[in-house]
Every structure is written in C-alpha cells, then in structure tokens.
Design a protein around this ligand. Structure first.
Ligand code: SF4
Length: 466
C-alpha cells in the first residue's frame, strides 16, 4: 500500500494470520509470561489530542534484547466531532486487525491478554521502533474509520508505568461490560456478527447478542451495534434475528442464515446456549474454554492465563487446540469471561449447575454471578488436582451434577460396555488431529472421536501391558 512507503516493511491484509515462532522472534511483548499488559482506546475532546503523535514510554524496540519478553501497554486516544465513548470498544478491537497487517508482526488476543511478537526478519528490514508501529495504526485508523478526526498513540514498555496504568484499563473494561448487562436477547431484533478472526479461523463467525458476549470478550452487543453503524462494510455487521427456532438451545433462523453465508456453507446451524451438538464456533482468541468432563458429567472452565494443568490433567493450550479453528466441537466451547456473568451461560446444559471446576482466579472474578447454592460446590485447583478427587469433592458437597450420576450412569462405573447403545457411549479419545502410526504408515484422523469397548496399550519393545 503506497500510504505505507515510509514504513520499512510491507503492510497489508495478506499478513493477517501470520504466526511467529519463538525461534524467529526478535522480541515478545505481553503474552503468557507477563502478568500486566493491556491495550485501551479512549475517546477524548478534540483539543486534548495531537493528531499523529506517537509517544514511547520506556525502552523502544531497538533497545530491547533479542529474544526477550517485555510488558506492554498500548493507549489509542481518538477524537472526532461525532465520535462518542460508545465506540471505544470498537476502536480498541481494531488494534488487533491493524497490527496484524504489518509484515512479521503478530498480535493475539485482546484487552489485558495481548500477546505480540515481532519477527527477526522484519526487525532486520528496519522495523526497530514503535514509531513505525504507531504510524501504521494512525494511518489505518484515519483511513478506515473516518469518524476519527484526530488520533494519538502511546506505547508503554516501562514496567512501573504499565503497572500504574493497568488497573485503570481494567476498570474501563469492567465499566464497558457492566453497561451491556441486563439487556435480554429476546428484547432486541438485531444481533451482531464479527468475522475479524476469519484470518486465523476461516469458518468462524462470532454471533454477539446481549446475553452472549463475543468470544474474545472485547465486543459487547452495544459495541457491535456502534461498529456496524459507523462501518457497515467492516468486519462487524448486523444480523436480523429472524424466527426463534429453539428457545432453550438459543437457535434463531437469522443466525443460521448469516453464519451459513459467512462461512460459505461450512457451518449451517448454531445453538447459542449450549456446548453440545451445534455450539457456537470457537476461533482462537477466546478468553476461556468450557470443557466437558465425562467422568462427572460436568464442565470445567479454564482461562488463558491459567498456568497449571486443569483437573483432567490438560493445560489451557491443549484444551484450546482441541477447541479452536472455527469448528463446532461437542463438549468444547471457546467463550469470554463476561459470558459467565450472563443468565444464558450454557443455559441449555443446566448453566452453573453443570460447572464443576474453575481456576480460583476466574471464580473470584465471576463469583457474584454464580448462584449462591452452587458457588461453594465448584472446585478450584486448590481443592482438587485430579478427577478422582473431583468426584469425591462433588459428592461431599452434593453438587447438582451428583444427581445426574444415577440418572445417566457414567461409562466406567455403571454400564458394562457390552450393553451400551452406541449413541450413549463416551468417546475414549477425542482429538482435533490424531496421528496413528501403523505398519510404516502415518494415518492422520481429523476431528476424531474414538469409541471402544476396551483400550489396550502395549510398549513396542517389551510388549508389556500398561
Ligand atoms: S473473537 Fe469474535 S468478536 Fe472477537 S474479534 Fe474475533 S471474531 Fe470478532
């Protein structure tokens, strides 16, 4: 793009979705090893903004040690005669898309979860300052959202300053989210869709309703409405709700039609309030994953910043891999933390009565929205570390899922495999990609679920059963 001739690397949509591996990175900004990081957009008055100004507080890219990780805060301040605060969420989410247009620059996630990598090749080409990154943001904001008349951008890498600004950003996110609470899906005739993540997950469309926040947790129904109004041809668009097909599951004819069109027929049916059968698709930047635990017939939820392994022995990254990519995976559900505050949170699956395990940090954040009679019955990593301990915990607390154990017996406890109906069997293995080595061939099964009466694992050498 000619408007970027003063930028030392290419800028364009073709670079969206580019991944930068650890070995190829010059520096990492934010990400899983940095606790405090953020990106925030604020609407200011016209006289408070110096148009085009880029400020760097702390070390610039060229002063950073190769291969190292630094904290980062990005503050985008915008002004315009018809611009109002309602658009802050919209402006902020565009940072993700615009930064990914830069060759060799990867931006993942949102808000307090940002994870950025700059590739070595782009650094060697001269992309060695936030000045350039700010210029790209400036030019794209001005050209793509004409409602913005002035914009200034600040990059903060000084750890003390990031620490100081972080709680302010967190408070801003909370204020924005709180505004969208209370409105019900049946009270509006339009929902909103977002395809910003299709560069990473081509068959993904976020359906944003008042009671189902976007997967990334960065776009509320109000943000969707504001975005579709100012930029109707942009990545966020209105969805006519259409007929209510299934109130319990959350199926609407308008959603099915739009998703079908926007995914070119890959996804035809979406149920908003369940993780089974036709769940909402999961892109890659969801804040958390709800994962089904067949042994207790309940769900665990794990968020991106949880460092350990969950109660089923798997870390967030593995569960996220099983969920992501724009697919509808039975029992795996990418979602935002804000959705957990909604009355429709997995409502068709029995909502909070079905949640059995959560990281303590997430439980703290949403505990005011968990029904009082369940809150102490949900385990965290401090209560249990494996499935057997979880079972004992749930039994002792008389968690609502315990009543299901007699209604619907679990595989290994109550029903001999020989007598089970095929449809009632639990898969012994579920995987997005499952490679099997056999007779010198490697067979790769995509989206596999394997049902078996017995699983025998033998070592290759000693032929010992384990
Ligand atoms: S997670 Fe959804 S709402 Fe958020 S940017 Fe991606 S597609 Fe848009």
């Amino acid at each position: 793009m000619s408007m970027f001739k003063d930028i030392p690397v290419d800028v364009g949509v073709i670079y969206e979705g580019e991944r930068i591996r650890r070995n190829d990175m010059q520096v990492e900004l934010g990400g899983p090893t940095v606790k405090e990081k953020f990106e925030l957009a604020k609407v200011r008055s016209m006289d408070a903004i110096e148009d085009g100004k880029v400020t760097i507080i702390g070390p610039d890219i060229k002063d950073m040690k190769e291969g190292s990780v630094y904290p980062l805060g990005i503050l985008v301040e915008a002004a315009g005669s018809t611009l109002d605060q309602q658009l802050e969420g919209v402006i902020e989410r565009r940072i993700h898309g615009y930064l990914n247009y830069i060759e060799g620059f990867m931006h993942l996630n949102q808000r307090y979860d940002i994870w950025i990598r700059l590739g070595k090749k782009s650094f060697q080409k001269g992309l060695n300052s936030f000045e350039y990154v700010g210029k790209v943001l400036y030019k794209l904001f001005k050209s793509e959202l004409p409602i913005i008349e002035k914009v200034q951008i600040t990059f903060v890498t000084d750890p003390a300053k990031v620490l100081e600004m972080y709680p302010i950003a967190m408070q801003d996110y909370e204020t924005r989210d709180a505004k969208a609470r209370g409105l019900k899906d049946e009270e509006v005739d339009k929902f909103y869709g977002c395809v910003l993540c299709q560069s990473f997950a081509p068959s993904h469309v976020c359906v944003i309703t008042p009671q189902r926040y976007s997967n990334c947790g960065a776009i509320s129904w109000f943000d969707g409405r504001a975005s579709a109004q100012v930029d109707p041809k942009g990545p966020v668009f209105a969805i006519e709700r259409g007929e209510l097909v299934n109130a319990e599951k959350g199926e609407f004819s308008g959603i099915n039609e739009t998703v079908k069109k926007r995914t070119l027929g890959e996804v035809n049916q979406v149920w908003l309030y369940t993780a089974f059968d036709h769940p909402h698709t999961s892109c890659g930047c969801f804040e958390a994953v709800a994962f089904y635990i067949p042994e207790v017939d309940g769900f665990g939820v794990v968020n991106r910043s949880f460092k350990g392994v969950t109660v089923n022995g798997l870390p967030f990254s593995t569960l996220a891999d099983s969920t992501a990519g724009g697919r509808q995976i039975d029992g795996f559900h990418g979602m935002s933390i804000e959705y957990m505050r909604s009355k429709k949170f997995l409502a068709a699956d029995d909502g909070w009565n079905r949640i059995v395990w959560l990281p303590k940090e997430v439980k703290e954040r949403v505990k005011d929205f968990i029904p009082a009679d369940v809150v102490n019955k949900i385990a965290t990593e401090e209560d249990v570390q494996n499935i057997d301990a979880l079972k004992a915990f749930l039994k002792e607390k008389n968690h609502p899922v315990v009543a299901r154990w007699t209604e619907t017996p679990t595989v290994e406890e109550a029903v001999p495999a020989e007598t089970m109906e095929e449809g009632a069997m639990m898969p012994v293995a579920t995987a997005a990609t499952l490679p099997i080595m056999a007779g010198g061939f490697k067979i790769v099964l995509k989206d596999a679920k394997i049902y078996a009466k017995k699983v025998i694992i033998r070592t290759m050498k000693g032929e010992k059963k384990s």
